[in-house]
Design a protein around this ligand. Structure first.
Ligand code: NDP
Length: 319
C-alpha cells in the first residue's frame, strides 16, 4: 500500500489540480460512472480524506460510508452541499477557499448589474442578428443608469463587502441586509429584507446557500423590488424561489435579472431563454485563471495542513 494518505476525490477538478493531488496523495476518483454504493461498501474504510467541490459536495450518505474520514477539503467557499452537521458530529474537519475568490465574484456581480441595466447582452444579440443595419440605424431601447443608483446587498460577508466597495466606486448608495449588523462598515444595515428590496434599484444576493437561506428571495421580496428594480444573484440558486422569479420577470413585476446560479444546475428554467431582460451565466463568477489557481492551491494547502501540519487547516469552516 502507498504511504501517501488515501483521499477520495468526489467529482472532477481542474486537471492541473488533479495532477498535484495525485503527486502528494493516493487519490481515487469517484465520478458518475462508478456504482457508488458498491464502491463505498468495498472500499470506503480506506479513505481518511475527501476532496470535493461546490458542485459535487459530500452528503450525509457519503460521509456515513467513510468510517475513517478525518478531513474534507472543498474547492470553493460555499459548503452548502457538504453535510456540516454530519462532519461536526464525527469531528471531521472541513476546509474551503474563502477570500481568494472575493474579487472575481464581486467583479462578476458588477458585470451583471451593468449588463442587465444597460442591456448590453440584448444589444449584442441585436448586433449579431444584423438588426442595427437592417433597421436603418435604429438602436435598442434605453437602459437604466448604474452610477449613483441604490444597491441593496443581501449578505455582507467577505464577498458582499467586496461588492459594496465596488459600488462605492460607482457612487452608488449602498445598504445591506443580514441577520446581524456588521461592525465597522460605512454601509447602513437594513433589518428588514422587504424594506431593503423596496429601497433598492439593484438587489444583489450574496448570502450563504443551504437550508437557512432557501427561498429567502420569494414573491413578496420581488414584489417589493418592483417594476423598476433589478435582481442579481451570484450566491446560490436555492436562495431564490425560481418559479416566482420566472413569473416576476414574465409579468414585469421586476425590471430584470442577472443570474449566475440556478436551483437545478446545470439546468436553468427554459422560460428565461426567450426573455431579453435577463442575463444568464453558467455559474462562472469565480472562473478566472488567477482565481481558480488560488482556489486550487488553497484546496491543496488545506489537505497538506491536515496531514502534514498537525491537523492545521489553512482555512477551516467553523463547525
Ligand atoms: P460569508 O460567510 O463571508 O458571508 C455570508 C453572508 O450571508 C453573511 O453576511 C451572513 O450574515 C449572511 N447570511 C447568512 N444567512 C443569512 C440569512 N438567513 N439571512 C440573511 N443573511 C444571511 O460568505 P462569502 O461572502 O465568502 O460567500 C457567500 C456565498 O457566495 C457562498 O456561501 C457561496 O454560496 C456563494 N459563492 C458563489 C460563487 C459563484 O460562483 N457564483 C463563488 C463563491 C461564492 P449573517 O450571518 O449576519 O446573517
Amino acid at each position: 500500500p502507498s504511504e501517501k494518505p488515501s483521499v477520495l476525490q468526489v467529482g472532477r477538478l481542474p486537471p492541473w489540480l488533479e495532477q498535484r493531488l495525485n503527486d502528494e496523495f493516493d487519490i481515487t476518483l469517484l465520478d458518475r460512472q462508478i456504482d457508488r454504493a458498491a464502491f463505498l461498501r468495498d472500499d470506503g474504510a480506506r479513505f481518511t480524506g475527501v476532496v470535493t467541490s461546490a458542485f459535487a459536495g459530500a452528503d450525509a450518505a457519503l460521509i456515513a460510508a467513510l468510517p475513517s474520514l478525518q478531513v474534507i477539503s472543498n474547492f470553493g467557499v460555499g459548503v452548502d452541499r457538504i453535510d456540516l452537521a454530519a462532519a461536526k458530529a464525527r469531528g471531521i474537519a472541513v476546509g474551503h477557499t474563502p477570500d481568494v475568490l472575493n474579487d472575481c465574484v464581486a467583479d462578476m456581480a458588477m458585470g451583471l448589474v451593468i449588463d442587465v441595466a444597460r442591456r448590453s447582452m440584448e444589444a449584442d444579440r441585436f448586433m449579431r442578428a444584423g438588426r442595427w443595419a437592417t433597421g436603418g440605424g435604429k438602436s435598442i431601447g434605453l437602459g437604466r443608469k448604474v452610477s449613483g443608483a441604490r444597491m441593496g446587498i443581501v449578505g455582507l460577508g467577505r464577498i458582499g463587502q467586496t461588492i459594496a466597495r465596488r459600488a462605492d466606486g460607482f457612487d452608488m448608495a449602498v445598504r445591506y441586509h443580514s441577520r446581524n449588523p456588521v461592525a465597522d462598515v460605512p454601509w447602513t444595515h437594513e433589518p428588514s429584507l422587504l424594506e431593503l428590496a423596496r429601497w433598492s434599484d439593484f438587489l444583489v444576493v450574496i448570502v450563504a446557500g443551504g437550508a437557512g437561506t432557501r427561498h429567502l428571495i420569494n414573491a413578496d421580496v420581488l414584489q417589493a423590488l418592483g417594476p423598476r428594480g433589478f435582481l442579481v444573484n451570484v450566491a446560490r440558486g436555492s436562495v431564490i424561489d425560481e418559479p416566482a422569479l420566472v413569473q416576476a420577470l414574465q409579468q414585469g413585476v421586476i425590471a430584470g435579472a442577472g443570474l449566475d446560479v440556478f436551483e437545478n444546475e446545470p439546468h436553468a428554467p427554459e422560460a428565461l431563454f426567450g426573455l431579453d431582460n435577463v442575463v444568464l451565466l453558467p455559474h462562472i463568477a469565480s472562473n478566472t485563471e488567477e482565481t481558480r489557481e488560488a482556489m486550487g492551491l488553497l484546496t491543496l494547502d488545506n489537505l497538506r495542513g491536515h496531514y502534514f501540519n498537525q491537523g492545521q487547516l489553512v482555512a477551516a469552516v467553523p463547525l
